[in-house]
Each structure stands twice: as structure tokens, then as C-alpha cells.
Design a protein around this ligand. Sequence first.
Ligand SMILES: [Zn+2]
Length: 401
Amino acid sequence: MSVWDDLVGQERVSEQLGAAARDADALVTAAAADVPPPEASKMTHAWLFTGPPGAGRNQAARAFAAALQCVSPDRALGGIPGCGFCDGCHTALIGTHADVSTIAAVGAQILVDDMRDTVRKSFTSPANGRWQVILVEDAERLNEKSANAVLKAVEEPAPRTVWLLCAPSIEDVLPTIRSRCRHLNLSTPSVDAVADMLVRREGVEPAAAMAAARATQGHVDHARRLATDPAARARRAAVLKLPLRVEDVGGCLKAAQELVDAASDDAKQLAEEMDGKETEELRNAMGGGQGGRMPRGTAGVMKDLEDRQKRRRTRTQRDSLDLALTDLTGFYRDVLALQLGSRVAISNADAEDALERLARAGSPESTLRRIEAIAACRDALDRNVAPLLAVEAMTMALRAG
Ligand SMILES: [Zn+2]
């Protein structure tokens, strides 16, 4: 099982990355043997991965990072690097490789303070003599300052540094940065490709795999969660009941409150899993020990961590709401398909009764207005409008009539 198997329905991109990883390996080998590097290398020091949410742009970048660190003996026999098993691949995939650093937004933006150490590292040589990989998971969240820091680093890279930037689309990244990157665009994986992955990798029954793949419209992570996590299925079922509950003002407000509460619960759960452990690790690292007094000058560092954790909670809540909005949009898209007489395209076959009822009760125009209301809610959340206000405005707009 190679690192490329994690990319669902992206054969063309996997091929290009595999070829680049092989050339990258040839460069390392030539340098080690002190011979001139091979000509016409497909390797380059900056890459931009784009593609719709769920297509797996972070996974593609991560697989490439692993392949660059692959030390499997098969490489010498002409195999594509990225075996998935060697120490290089394994540690790169789980995020503990010393020469693979990840920059990801903990809040709405990537702050330059959060990435300063990593940028500094990008100017140094890799510890193991292969590649220093810097993976930026949310390049669209770079603000002006942090984008400038990245630009400077990409303009003058250390010889063995590779930047891997991921963003939804090419327009999300500064022209000055993207002009220095090789661009790879992932497409939405087909329903069949996602279902096939669920059967092969997760051991899901074929019919259930197909239903989850269809309901999530090519979003690999959502499909996996829906197919394997009963709580995710319950959550989605509740979201899909919402369109039938927004008949009066009371119903709208109640539904909005429940959506926001569910998202807060998700954020709280993640915080419980991670915050305490992080705080304890930092305390220990600074010599505070359990319950002991903290050395002087550490209060600022602890405060930084608390700020990061708070921003992460906000983002988790947003992500969770976003998932609910995606499910809702899919639902109304199905209503629209029924109203337009195209039954084939239905993705929420499990909610067919509700779909039929709403299709009969409204017109294509009213359905389009509701889809726009959901998009407006998403925009409002992006602009940092208080979640409950944004969601209430949406549920009110979803009301019949
Ligand atoms: Zn390997």
C-alpha cells in the first residue's frame, strides 16, 4: 500500500508527483555521489495544490512529502518513491518527520507569529540530507504579512527546501507566489472512486459505501466519516430534517439554536481531547512539571498557547457549521432536481419523502432562493458575523412561502 493509494480518483496528479519524486531522488543520489545532477528534472522547489474541498489537496501534498523522504530500497531498483512503509514515509505521513513541517490555520488566518519558526527553518538544510519540506495546508488563509514571509522564502529557497502550498483555487494565492509554483489541480473524485475506496480501505459494505459517496458528492473525508461514524450519520439525519421544521418563526429559531449548539459541542469535544494535553506538554517542556510553580517569563508562552487554542475552537465550530450547510445545500439541490424532473441526480436518496414533499410545496425559484440563503449564511460566517445570528437569518429565509 503506497502513499499514492491515499489519493482517491487522482491518477493524473499521482503520476506527475511520482515522476517528480523519482527525479528528486535522483538529485539526492547524484549529490551524495558527488556527480552532476541529471538534466531535465521534473522536481521543483515550490508546488501549489488546488482543488475543491474534500478532493484531497492536503493528502496529495502529504503523500508527496512522504515520497520525498522515502528511503525504501526499492527506489534504487527504479520503483516510484513513496512505499508507505519505510521510516521516511511513515514519519512524514503521521507528522513526526524532522524535515517535514506543517503550517495550518488555527483560526481564520495564518498569523506570521505562528509560522515564524517554520519560515526560519525553510532557509536551513534538512537534517537527514534529503529535502526540507514545508507544507502550508490553508494557503488561502495567509494574511498580508504571512503571505509576504512565504513569498520571500519561495523567492530565495535553500537548495533542498520544497514548499507545498494547498488552497481551494489558484485565485486564493497571491499572483507573485503562485507564479513561482508548479500548479497541480485535483478534480472532484467520482462517486464510484470514493465508494471503491470505502470498500477497500475501510471495509464498508458496497451498498452503504455507495450511499455515503453519493450523499457527500466527492468529499472523501466526509464520505469516510459518514460511512464509519454513527454519530456523523445521526448528525446528518438531523440536519436533513431541518427543512421540514422551519414552518414558523419558533421552529426557525429553535432549529438555528440546535445547529449552533451541535457545532459548539464538536468544538468542545476537540478541545477536551487536545487542550489539556498540549498545556501539560508545554508546562513540562518549560520545566513547570505537574502542578509545580512555573519558571519566570513563561506566562507569555502559556498565554500564546491559550490564544491558539481559543482560535482553534472557533475554527472547529465554523468547520462543523460549514459541514451542516453543505449537507443542507445538497438537500435543496435535490429538491430542485425533482422540481426540474431530473430524478437521476438525487444524492440524498435516504431522504426521498422529505424531498418529494418540499418539491411539491414550492417552485424551482423558491428553492434557488433557499440555496442562496445558505450561501449568504456561509458568507456571513466568513465575515465573522456571530454564528447564531447568521444561522437564524438563514433558517428564517428557508421558511416555506
Ligand atoms: Zn518509503
